[in-house]
Write a protein that binds this ligand. Structure first.
Ligand code: NAG
Ligand code: NAG
Ligand code: NAG
Length: 399
């Protein structure tokens, strides 16, 4: 009751608190040759995962006005028992969410499920229906952090575990299949630990993942390095393959004692892997900061301030406590630490969520327009927000 009253009040006031300028190509992009800037892109719409019990998925605009939302109370269809129990679990997770099928579907890590749901607000009879689901309240998937559509109605899921057999599971998410308790796994790709993000590369016909080469939790006798790995997709067999030529280790490994205390067992791990619109460049965040990876050069090409200068001007640290002493006893300042999610639009605006220092999530999302940062979705506990649209140069698979 109190919650819904507050929700109401914030809906009334948030849009008035500031007015974000209308979308226009930003000056720094206007003169760049050969890059078509969509003047009227879909870049008003943002999807945000709100952690809570139950969690809520929200599609909203740049002024935080929620246009569509989804949570378990919206589900009226009959569900198989394991799917129902996953939906009604005590998990508060709304960890990842992806625009799919031309915006008619949303894939998400929600409560103790992986779900694909309809987003057809103009068709109430199909809107909000679950069309695919897996229960992840088990040893393999309980920590799953990310999903990504692949061609042929396949869905890739990162297991986000620490063991050598962790990696990616691929499922058939066809709407023609009935919901079942345990969907068969089409393919299992092992060997990348702690996967936190996946992105489909249409041009390269490849699934890119970011994780670590050893256990990120410190349970292996060696430090874990961050890794970006590409898995080529064979359209004929419908299978991903493992090719060591597309496995790229970060230049260094890092302890995270500065944030979590001296001798903390976890190593810095990658959080999000995000394409630069219209460029063959991926940006990756980890517990320490940002790196750029150039796909044509097959190499890391920028780090930290260089990344912000080049790709995310207007990025600002969100709290003033992100500093301390690392394992070597040196004082370090980590303004780019813990970027759990970020998302770049072709008009130059971008979103990011930085968790509160020594916590796992933030309490709003930052939106940067023309180099100026705004706070949106204030008061929501948030891990990620993404643009709800097809990123130019990085389209989701058509089917
Ligand atoms: C997925 O299921 C659909 C519906 O049964 C089927 O047509 C399709 O061939 C399946 N895809 C794969 C890769 O098994
Ligand atoms: C990758 O870039 C680093 C410097 O950033 C350079 O030292 C190295 O030679 C490059 N490797 C390749 C394969 O180009
Ligand atoms: C987020 O949490 C921090 C730390 O508790 C607090 O200082 C800040 O006011 C909060 N911001 C919002 C928008 O709730």
């Amino acid at each position: 009751m109190l919650g819904s009253l507050f929700g109401w009040v914030s809906l009334l006031f948030e849009p008035l608190a500031f007015q974000v300028p209308l979308i226009e190509p930003q000056p720094r992009l206007k003169s760049e040759s050969g890059i078509a800037i969509p003047v009227q892109g879909p870049w008003q719409d943002i999807i945000t995962g709100h952690y809570a019990v139950p969690p809520v998925l929200k599609i909203h605009d740049r002024n935080s006005v929620v246009k569509w939302s989804w949570q378990r109370e919206d589900v009226t269809q009959p569900l198989p028992p394991l799917i129902r129990s996953g939906l009604y679990s005590g998990y508060n997770d709304a960890t990842d969410m992806k625009w799919m099928r031309g915006g008619r579907s949303v894939a998400a890590v929600y409560s103790a499920l992986i779900v694909v749901i309809n987003h057809t607000p103009d068709q109430p009879s199909t809107d909000k229906k679950i069309t695919f689901a897996i229960n992840r309240d088990n040893e393999v998937l309980h920590n799953a952090h990310t999903i990504e559509p692949l061609p042929g109605d396949r869905l890739a899921v990162g297991t986000t575990g620490q063991r050598p057999w962790d990696g990616i599971l691929v499922y058939n998410m066809s709407e023609a299949l009935p919901l079942v308790d345990e969907s068969p796994v089409l393919q299992k790709i092992e060997g990348l630990r702690a996967i936190h993000a996946l992105i489909w590369d249409e041009q390269g016909q490849m699934l890119w993942a970011t994780g670590t080469d050893a256990a990120a939790d410190g349970s292996d006798p060696v430090p874990a390095y961050g890794v970006i790995q590409g898995y080529p997709f064979d359209a004929e067999t419908g299978l991903l393959s493992i090719d060591e030529a597309y496995r790229f280790r970060f230049p260094e490994y890092y302890d995270i004692d500065c944030e979590w205390g001296h001798g903390y067992s976890w190593w810095a791990g990658p959080h999000d892997l995000v394409p630069v619109p219209n460029e063959r460049v991926l940006l990756v965040s980890n517990d320490i900061g940002l790196h750029a990876f150039d796909i044509n050069e097959m190499n890391f090409t920028a780090e930290y301030d260089e990344v912000v200068e080049k790709y995310m001007p207007g990025f600002e640290v969100t709290t003033n406590d992100r500093h301390g002493i690392n394992r070597q006893g040196e004082y370090v300042d980590l303004p780019q630490s813990d970027l759990k999610g970020f998302s770049l639009a072709p008009d130059g605006s971008f979103l990011y969520t930085q968790s509160l220092w020594r916590l796992f999530r933030g309490n709003y999302t930052s939106l940067v327009v023309d180099g100026v940062r705004h706070q949106i979705m204030k008061g929501n506990e948030i891990y990620r927000s993404r643009w709800f649209g097809d990123i130019d140069g990085w389209p989701k698979p058509k089917t």
